[in-house]
Unconditional design. Structure first.
Ligand code: SAM
Ligand code: DTB
Ligand code: SF4
Length: 341
């Protein structure tokens, strides 16, 4: 039976004993296997069908195999960022044609969150193009979190590097998730970003975790890294204790005017392999098929779901680039018999 996405009750209503993401990940982390990059490379090198079979087994052991969680993203502060991340259209150091805007008003953010909820999103993620938030900006973001939380949505923000004490303020406002990606293998990070280090990002992840906030942390593939590099990024993510509750896997969207504008596109099967390996090494986490989905065929997306992806960004826009519109997603999910969680 094909169950329409919009009429499906959320999973916790359908299955009252279903665990929250944080419970699932923390219970699983007590028996957490530590992965070496070499072991993950072995996974990535398996015959495709064997890898997908293992990923399906891991997926079905932890999740409703046909459920997909939906998060809607809003850029609350666009462009003009001080950092030099080679993939990013919002860096003031690249000429990607993205205009610098000021922080949105709380009412506008609340209106966007309300619309996202009506369309079926369960989490609302607010992104800011900052190295990190200034105290005055943080106060306004806190008002946004309160307003979104009051709508009954899960809240997520991605604000860059956090200073001492900031994570606690976000938590007190009702923040559920902090998105901060490791982005690529530690040994490759310096090829992509020079204005901060990956260790700085690990520090922010620690601050968020210590404040009791769940983590949304993943990376980007297709930036010229090797397969061993992808294994190394996955090992770093999987060995966090506990691992991130949400793991976004972004396929590079090559933005004109950025240093990575002409990066060689990744073989789509390699992208699916990365999703499958993420599912195997972080079996209790939501694995999100993230940036680059608009450029993917329905068939490629279906392979990603088969490989264990069980979350997407939902709504026509990511931060500065496009995402499939909700009509295309509803049609695809209906054709695949996927339902909302
Ligand atoms: N400034 C904050 C930070 O760097 O964490 C938050 C915003 S930043 C744009 C959020 C994430 O978007 C990045 O860590 C990266 O993983 C992803 N991203 C940015 N540009 C991308 C692109 N062109 N293709 C794929 N992913 C991208
Ligand atoms: C994440 O891992 N991907 C999202 C979200 N976290 C903030 C961002 C994707 C950005 C894609 C490029 C753009 O729209 O500018
Ligand atoms: Fe700034 Fe984040 Fe873009 Fe880097 S990824 S340039 S920190 S907005």
């Amino acid at each position: 039976m094909i169950r329409p996405l919009h009429s499906e009750p959320i999973l916790s209503e359908a299955f009252p004993d279903m665990k929250t993401a944080a419970q699932r990940v923390s219970e699983d982390s007590r028996k957490q296997k530590k992965w070496t990059a070499a072991e993950i490379l072995v996974l990535l090198e398996l015959p495709f069908n064997d890898l997908l079979f293992q990923a399906q087994q891991a997926h079905r052991a932890h999740f409703d195999a046909n459920g997909v969680q939906r998060s809607t993203l809003l850029s609350v502060k666009t462009g003009g960022c001080s950092e030099d991340c080679g993939y990013c259209s919002q860096s003031a150091r690249h000429d990607a044609g993205v205009e610098k805007e000021s922080l949105l008003a709380v009412e506008d953010v609340a209106a966007a969150a309300r619309a996202a909820k009506e369309k079926g999103a369960t989490r609302f993620c607010m992104g800011a193009a900052w190295r990190g938030p200034k105290e005055k900006d943080l106060e306004q973001v806190i008002e946004m979190i309160r307003a979104v939380k009051a709508l009954g949505l899960e809240t997520c923000v991605t604000l860059g590097l956090l200073k001492e004490g900031q994570a606690e303020k976000l938590k007190a406002a009702g923040l559920d998730y902090y998105n901060h990606n490791l982005d690529t293998a530690p040994e490759f990070y310096g090829n992509i970003v020079t204005t901060h280090s990956q260790a700085d990002r690990v520090d922010t992840l620690r601050r968020a975790r210590e404040a009791g906030i769940s983590l949304c942390c993943g990376g980007i593939v297709g930036m010229g890294e090797t397969r061993a590099g992808r294994a190394s990024l996955l090992a770093e993510l999987a060995n966090m204790t506990p691992p991130p509750e949400s793991v976004p896997v972004n396929n590079l969207v090559p933005m004109p005017g950025t240093p990575l504008a002409d990066a060689e596109p990744l073989d789509p099967f390699e992208f699916v392999r990365t999703i499958a390996a993420a599912r195997i090494v972080m079996p209790a986490s939501l694995v999100r098929l993230s940036a680059g989905r608009q450029e993917m065929s329905d068939e490629l997306q279906a392979l990603c779901f088969l490989a264990g992806a069980n979350s997407v960004f939902y709504g026509e826009k990511l931060l500065t680039t496009g995402n499939p519109d909700t009509r295309r997603d509803e049609r695809l999910f209906e054709r695949l018999g996927l339902h909302a969680i």
